[in-house]
Ligand binder design. Sequence first.
Ligand code: ZN
Length: 59
Amino acid sequence: MVKKSDLPEVEKVSCDVCRKEIPLSEAVIPEAADYVAHFCGLDCYAEWKRQSEKSKNKP
Ligand SMILES: [Zn+2]
């Protein structure tokens, strides 16, 4: 039996905004978050930041 293992295992996460799957090494992870969030790029990070700031205004 030969087990194929030529594909490196890449841990994947999904973007918190658009749900796109991205390798963990390429994810944008904000430092000052209450929970761990991942984004496929700075555009989604900016979008998430805008939404979280909006929801912060609620009591
Ligand atoms: Zn995204």
